[in-house]
Design a protein around this ligand. Structure first.
Ligand code: FEO
Length: 293
């Protein structure tokens, strides 16, 4: 993680005040990562630092939105919604995770991993798009009725399958690293040549909890058996989801396989997902991405 927190000039968007704010955000994250690794600093230092990062991020969003408006940026609405998702959903949900777990090491890693991943991807793509250095990723926003149906179907499905109460953290998951995870890609197809690709990223603690409760024995290691059971669970998730979302039954499973984080990241930068949701299940994070073809 340390190399990823270093400032790189490719992050510059060419607007002095915004570049300075981005540089400062990275330096706060870097400091927090150092604090979180030092056992002597304890929860208080982390808690204060996280509060500061949150406030500074929100302040930066306001400044950047004012800049976008001042130049009449045409991608303003979508960009603001990305900020709002972070401001009103992700940050409060991560903060809740921190306070409810009394700033556990795991919740601090979730917070830092997601903030760092979000900042990097957002600055590199969305912020640089403001000054035309790159094309923006979220050209259209997948908000609206379909997103609402998918969110409630996903929440209900996870309640049925994992018997957990998941909470939505983000509607614009962009591959942020929230911890060691199992990544599964499922491809469904129907004739004539319609495809749905589904990517599920299940934090290992979630897979272990689910498989342990399925088998009625405590498991602590991700071995082949647990991984395959995790894949089976992901197929059940899609089946259950299909019932809630009324997915046409003509879609057949074409392939299912595990992916490495590098393989997933490559796809993420090449493709645009139609839906990309991140949830906290209470026993680990879970991301669900869909690409319709
Ligand atoms: Fe620099 Fe859009 O945040």
């Amino acid at each position: 993680m340390s190399k990823e927190t270093e400032w790189d000039k490719r992050f510059n968007i060419g607007v002095h005040s915004i570049d300075n704010a981005h540089r400062k955000l990275f330096s706060i994250v870097r400091k927090l990562i150092r604090l979180s690794r030092d056992e002597n600093n304890g929860q208080w230092a982390c808690a204060e630092g996280i509060k500061y990062l949150k406030n500074y991020t929100i302040e930066h969003f306001t400044d950047e939105e004012a800049y976008m408006q001042s130049i009449g940026y045409e991608g303003y609405e979508v960009h603001k919604r990305l900020h709002d998702d972070m401001r009103y959903k992700t940050l409060p949900a991560l903060e809740k995770d921190l306070t409810e777990s009394n700033y556990s090491q795991e919740s601090i890693q979730h917070f830092l991993g997601i903030c760092l991943g979000w900042l990097t991807a957002h600055i590199l793509i969305e912020d640089r798009a403001i000054t035309g250095k790159i094309s923006n990723r979220w050209k259209t926003d997948n908000a609206g009725a379909d997103m609402d149906i998918l969110k409630s179907a996903l929440t209900a499905t996870l309640q049925v399958i994992f018997r957990l109460q998941p909470e939505i953290i983000s509607e614009h998951y962009s591959g942020e690293d929230f911890g060691t995870s199992q990544i599964i890609r499922l491809i469904y197809s129907s004739s004539p040549q319609q495809k749905i690709q589904i990517f599920m990223i299940l934090e290992e603690s979630l897979v272990l909890t689910a498989v342990s409760s399925m088998l009625g024995m405590p498991l602590t290691k991700m071995d082949k058996l647990v991984m395959n059971a995790g894949k089976e669970l992901s197929l059940r998730i899609v089946k259950q989801l299909g019932i809630y979302c009324c997915l046409p039954t003509q879609y057949q499973l074409e392939s299912s396989h595990f992916m490495t984080p590098e393989q997933f990241r490559k796809i993420l930068y090449l493709e645009i997902f139609d839906y990309s949701i991140l949830l906290n299940t209470g026993h680990g994070y879970f991301a669900f991405c869909v690409k319709l073809e």
